[in-house]
Design a protein around this ligand. Structure first.
Ligand code: HEM
Length: 408
């Protein structure tokens, strides 16, 4: 393995290998030095981890603190694309994705019951109904339509709103503000304004639920007196944001990827029983939640390198999921592959709480869409699709699609 690769200055982010593939520099780096030093834009040094084995080990090791994990949520302190401080960030009450045990454990534990496989199975039929209703509405429109607006975003938003007890009529508040919140280079004051609007809204909501609880997850939490309103607000914020942006982008980018791989799409249409495996493969291949941050609380050996105490460590799940040492022909989308073991839901104590829910939504979503729209196609050239290279969750801003017949 060569040690002569130049230290990257900032994260290689440009999607120069195509809309679904990792940036070329990231691939080169993984091949040459899967645990590599990295120079942040402000000049301080950190590390970038791109190899599957190293990423997996790192995420299983709580000596790598999550208190810099601003990858998905970008908490509102100055983060022009990268963390500046080499200190753990201040904790935001309730935001347990960016906490370490035991604080993390104390909060996550209260939610595991609501997201078990069994609970999710009970929701399955209902999620199918939501998908079908959304597709009915879409089929009534005259194509072309934007799949993001008409399908990919509403489905997970409706589901998470209902589970949390957030009125769907208020979606403007959270969809617009969470979208603003996920823009990578958003000026701090705008990010603060979006964060402020969202948390003000949610603080009022959880306060009402504490007074008159209903039958939903936020009410169940609000009944627990030892959780403060600030904590309830942080938890609500995390669940709402993580619960709709990620799945929505998987549905939209996944559809785009299938339309661009007609052989794979035909295979899936001919063999619907492949769908659960195909969802895992799409998760691996697309890795829409790619970049996560950790902070080394002591000197730690990883992949033959020593990561010094206090270093900021950046993880690329996309690079790890495309590692040829773990997956054969990793850059090929193959709906027949056994993609389990991918890292798209993370690994270790922070592994995605909503993963069973996301799987059910994606299976129901792709199943319904492919069945009801057998002639679905892009309504513009593929290279004109607006990619979310400017956002912390990757995907497409819009996906104009058309069809000649819609089935019931
Ligand atoms: C954590 C990805 C859907 C809630 C995570 C992590 C990843 C991830 C990679 C780990 C973060 C880390 O280690 O720092 C995804 C993807 C999804 C998805 C790709 C969709 C395809 C959902 C849904 C929910 C959800 C539907 C619903 C509530 C959470 C929460 C955490 C989390 C609460 C934090 C867990 C913790 O810190 O213990 N997700 N997620 N996610 N996800 Fe998801």
């Amino acid at each position: 393995m060569s040690r002569t690769v130049p230290v990257p200055q900032g994260l290689p982010m440009e999607r120069d290998a195509g809309p679904f593939d990792p940036p070329r520099d990231l691939t080169r780096l993984r091949e040459a030095r899967p645990v590599s030093p990295l120079l942040f834009p402000d000049g301080h040094e950190g590390w970038l981890v791109t190899g599957y084995e190293a990423v997996r080990r790192l995420m299983a090791d709580t000596r790598f603190s999550s208190r810099q994990d601003i990858g998905v949520l970008h908490v509102p302190y100055e983060t022009p694309g990268m963390p500046v401080a080499t200190e753990p960030s201040p904790q935001v009450p309730g935001l347990f994705i960016a906490m370490d045990p035991p604080d993390h454990t104390r909060l996550r534990r209260r939610l595991t019951g609501a997201f078990t496989v069994k609970r999710m199975k009970m929701l399955e039929e209902h999620i199918h109904d939501i998908v079908e209703r959304q597709l009915d509405a879409m089929a009534r429109l005259a194509p072309p339509v934007d799949l993001v607006k008409e399908f990919a975003l509403p489905v997970p938003s409706l589901v998470i709103c209902e589970m949390l007890g957030v009125p769907y009529e208020d979606r403007e508040t959270f969809q617009v503000n969470s979208a603003k919140f996920l823009v990578k280079d958003q000026p701090l004051d705008e990010k603060m304004a979006a964060y402020g609007a969202l948390t003000t809204y949610l603080a009022e909501l959880v306060t009402r639920k504490r007074a008159t609880p209903g039958e939903d997850i936020l009410s169940d939490l609000a009944r627990q007196d030892d959780l403060t309103v600030e904590e309830l607000t942080g938890i609500a914020f995390l669940l709402l944001l993580a619960g709709h942006e990620t799945t929505a982008n998987m549905l939209a980018l996944g559809t785009f990827a299938l339309l661009e791989h007609p052989g794979q799409l035909a295979e899936l249409r001919a063999h619907p029983e492949l769908l659960p495996g195909a969802v895992e493969e799409l998760m691996r291949y697309l890795s829409v939640a790619d970049i996560f941050y950790r902070y080394a609380t002591e000197d730690i050996e990883l992949g033959g390198e020593t990561i010094g105490k206090g270093s900021t460590v950046v993880v690329s799940l996309l690079a790890a999921n495309r590692d040829p040492l773990r997956f054969d022909n990793p850059d090929t989308l193959d709906v027949r592959r056994t993609a389990r073991g991918h890292l798209s839901f993370g690994h270790g104590v922070h592994q995605c709480l909503g993963q069973q829910l996301a799987r059910i939504e994606m299976r129901a979503g792709f199943d319904g869409l492919l069945r009801r729209f057998p002639t679905l196609e892009l309504a513009l050239p593929a290279d004109e699709v607006r990619l979310r290279t400017d956002m912390n969750i990757y995907g497409v801003h819009e996906l104009p699609v058309t069809w000649t017949e819609a089935a019931r």
